[in-house]
Design a protein around this ligand. Sequence first.
Ligand code: BDP
Length: 647
Amino acid sequence: MSVPGSSAVLRVLWLLSVFGTVLPLDGGMLFPRESTSREVKELNGLWDFRPDGSLNRNEGFEKAWYKRRLAETGPVIEMPVPASYNDITQDPTLRDFIGWVWYEREVFVPARWISDEGTRVVLRVGSAHYYSIVWVNGEKVTEHEGGHLPFEAEISSLIRRDPTKPCRITIAVNNTLTLETLPPGTIQYMNDRTRYPDGFFVQNIYFDFFNYAGIHRPVLLYTTPTVYVDDIIVETNFMDNTGLVRYKVSVQGAATATLKVTLMDKDGHCVASSNTPSGVLKVVDVKLWWPYLMHENPGYLYSMEVHLIAVSETSTYEDVYTLPVGIRTVNVTKTQFLINNKPFYFHGVNKHEDSDIRGKGLDWPLIVKDFNLIKWLGANSFRTSHYPYAEEILQMCDRHGIVVIDECPGVGIKDIRSFGNASLSHHLVVMDELVRRDKNHPSVVMWSVANEPASEMPPAEFYFKTLIKHTKALDHTRPVTYITDSNYARDKGAPFVDVVCVNSYFSWYHDPGHLEVIPIQLNAQFENWYGKYKKPIIQSEYGADALPGLHMDPPMMFTEEYQNALLQSYHDVFDQKRKQYVIGELIWNFADFMTAQAIHRVVGNKKGIFTRQRQPKAAAFILRRRYWRLANETWRLPPWTKYPCSL
Ligand code: BDP
């Protein structure tokens, strides 16, 4: 990659360190939903776009591109939002670009939003990678560090200054990763002029997926009244037939307000209500939230309607927000994972937000297709490897009963310098943001704070002890884990996790081609981890690359036969251990996905059981047969399941 001189990236890093100060979380940032008091206006579509290709990557700031229309300060191209920008054009320098890119869009704000002083207008970005600064009509309104999570800014007073003009939104996004970002990365300059052109540098990353960048999730304007429901926290439980919904509503904009909280069933009948800001709602004859294939009516959701009225001397404010609520419990014993007090076995997948052309951009056809494939497969769960997925995806999980291990972007923490105070404080803030966003999803049953960190390094002990304690303090209702591939005897964080999640690639990265080692090595892995920690274990990754259509018998690596044989050897061991303390198996990976270019990657990682275009490899059928059998064996699926009889 040929990019500008060293000051370029230094400037980028300087900006990161200046803007990267830790700000306390303000506001509950409930998912924007329409109601009788709230409106939503999507700003998805084509935005003007320009990468800052200047030598120091800083021209946009030097020339204040946010002050005028982007098209007035240089050439622009059309860029779809949401989407990663990398694969949209034919330009390899944009695909591999490091530094600031600029997005701009003008929007007409409905006149009523402007004229009604009792209306609060908020600009929300679902996620952008990784560092974002936002201006409205040339004025900075917010900045945010980190991808995968939403951020927002109230812009009511700004748009009222000149109601006749359209509102110009400028978003600058920088994808540079440092030792203190999540995920971490480093910039490496290549100064040997006999080998590299002037100013040559690379972004080193320690994770195995393409470092897509841009505005990845919807950008919205939404309204609330100026007195509004800012946050709702629910925790659920049940005793015998009675569901218990403990709730807390936070209000902003007024010291006092009258609240009415109503819990409704699917048919819209009120099953419990209250008029206090916090309390416990009791639901008689409760319908619990059950995972897919564990019950004939999985993913049952009640609706909690919060109705607020506040009266000031001059006005009356009314706000309505409706939150889906699934009533269920989660508990962990030494050998089991319990949902609603029944043992739950994770038979699921690891995924990525990844597809052709749009990269990590939210895409409804892809999301719905993936859910159809998950259900076809008989999978009951997935892990959001290796970062939080879109809220829209978690809402689908809630509705369909797909159980989620919710992972933060703590992937590739390999360098000892990424265990320092600055990294830890940022990681704590990311967990704050993640728990704030996902706390009310019944589908989310466990937090994962990292994937394959260098957890054998001495500082990992303090780091993970602090991180896990912090996460438990944020949410005492869910277990916390991180995903390890380290040595069971030397892993520093394992004493603090509730569930041990282990990744292993026997007969792939170790002893390649020797399938016969799997029974011995996998058995030893389980016995060692369980023997030392006495905690239930999930095989959180296992798998093999397979190029679709490549065949060999006897099997050889990279063929569909080898992928099948490897999976089946793992399954034999799972079948012995799941009767004891193994509580789940998650295949790596649901679908092929893009990675950085490397000698061990042939246009991406091919460990998918589906291709990147979501067509099945032979392994998908092996897994399908297994998952439906597992579900049937555990729950003796009655006819309601549409159990594929031919399996
Ligand atoms: C695991 C990583 C995952 C990789 C996988 C692989 O957690 O992100 O994609 O290896 O190499 O160790 O396929």
